[in-house]
Ligand binder design. Structure first.
Ligand SMILES: CC(=O)N[C@H]1[C@@H](OP(=O)(O)OP(=O)(O)OC[C@H]2O[C@@H](n3ccc(=O)[nH]c3=O)[C@H](O)[C@@H]2O)O[C@H](CO)[C@@H](O)[C@@H]1O
Length: 367
């Protein structure tokens, strides 16, 4: 096996780019305890909280926003692009990186450019269809593209020859024993062990529509004996929940220990972000997916194969009303058999070895 001494990881913006990067960094550290891991981030992204908290070296690269498509607008920003690539290149040189692994987000572009100029191997990990703008640009510089899901190979021309590795997930999630952790998780959130728990999360930034619809259904859920654990999301306004409910409705702003949420939950109501889908399926978690409607249908594409295999349900953002919740979520949350069948189907689709598979692919790139 090739040995790795120094790696630069680039990715940023939202949790969907950062958590796989962190999970991959952990895998690198497990296999190569002496390795130098340097991450590149942009000044405003969530990486500024998440990466230092995980104990990794984060270097800020000057912000540089790509136009939404690869067109001539690119030529209007050469100066900023050059400066960002220069900053990325200085870090690459300083740490003597052997490879650059990018997870998407604007900050990946200068890293790809700098690595290409130095003729360093570049590996791209992409989880969406269509691929993100930054990674699409990176694909001009490398053929080493890894993807998270089988549908990506079929649905995106640019990913047709990619390697299916899965999604690197945090070991706190992949290594957890949900039933064993459940009592501790319920106690942590102040939830009762005798009633089902609906776990609501709109992804790393939260989802306003989901927040408002579930909060508006709070009374109906509570009177049906369904507890709610509701993650508001990092970038969302607080919402009102009635205080006189007969069963717990717990609102938390953000969960650093996401595994506790998964451990407490019987059913999840969530967006269809790629990492969320990778996690719910890795854990065999029955889920109702409400894809974000404004992102090229990427979240619908993520959730659809899970739903088609029986691992969950899909509802349009515009259809998620308190009435829909009452007529669909309440009966499902109380039906243990149906939940168990959904969980089993979800688990058949899920995989837990994305970190190891991506590591194998990266080692091939440097050997
Ligand atoms: C609106 C939008 O464009 N969203 C995109 C974004 O979603 P987003 O950034 O929301 O990412 P995902 O839903 O894929 O993943 C969210 C991650 O945040 C974690 N988490 C979430 C809440 C919390 O309180 N604590 C916590 O740790 C989850 O466990 C998961 O690891 O990136 C994904 C991956 O590129 C894309 O598929 C999504 O379409």
């Amino acid at each position: 096996m090739a040995s790795l001494r120094s790696v630069v990881l680039a990715g940023g913006g939202t949790g969907g780019h950062i958590y796989p990067l962190l999970a991959f960094a952990d895998a690198l550290r497990r296999h190569f305890p002496e390795i130098r891991i340097t991450t590149l981030g942009s000044p405003k992204g969530m990486e500024n909280q998440l990466i230092p908290a995980a104990g990794y070296d984060l270097r800020g690269i000057p912000a540089f926003q790509l136009p939404r498509s690869l067109n001539l607008d690119l030529l209007r920003t050469p100066d900023r692009m050059f400066k960002s690539a220069q900053a990325a290149g200085e870090v690459i040189d300083e740490v003597q990186a052997q490879v650059v692994v990018g997870f998407g987000g604007y900050v990946s572009v200068p890293a790809y450019l700098a690595a290409w100029r130095r003729e360093l191997p570049i590996v791209i990990h992409e989880v969406n269809v269509p691929p993100g703008v930054a990674n699409r640009m990176g694909m001009k510089f490398t053929r080493r593209i890894a993807v998270g899901f089988p549908h990506q190979l079929e649905q995106a021309e640019a990913l047709r020859n990619a390697r299916l590795v899965g999604v690197p997930l945090r070991t706190g999630i992949t290594g957890m024993d949900r039933p064993a952790l459940r009592p501790q998780a319920l106690y942590h959130f102040g939830l009762r062990p005798d009633l089902p728990v609906l776990f609501v999360s709109g992804g790393s930034s939260g989802a306003r529509t989901i927040n408002l619809a579930v909060a508006a259904a709070a009374k109906r859920l509570a009177h049906a004996g369904i507890q709610v654990l509701h993650v508001q999301g990092g970038r969302n306004d607080p919402f009102e929940v009635p205080t006189d409910l007969p069963v717990p409705y717990v609102v938390v702003p953000y969960l650093s220990d996401m595994q506790l949420g998964y451990a407490a939950a019987d059913l999840m109501l969530c967006r269809g972000g790629a990492i969320t889908v990778a996690e719910t399926t890795a854990l065999g978690m029955p889920a109702i997916y409400v894809p974000y409607p404004f992102s090229n249908q990427e979240q619908r594409r993520n959730a659809l194969p899970v739903v088609e295999s029986g691992g969950g349900m899909l509802v349009d953002n515009s259809e998620l009303t308190p009435e829909w919740i009452e007529h669909n979520i309440i009966p499902l949350a109380r039906d243990r058999q149906r939940l168990a069948a959904m969980g089993t189907a979800a688990a058949r689709y899920g995989r837990r070895d994305g970190d190891e598979q991506l590591l194998r692919f990266v080692l091939e790139a440097v050997s």
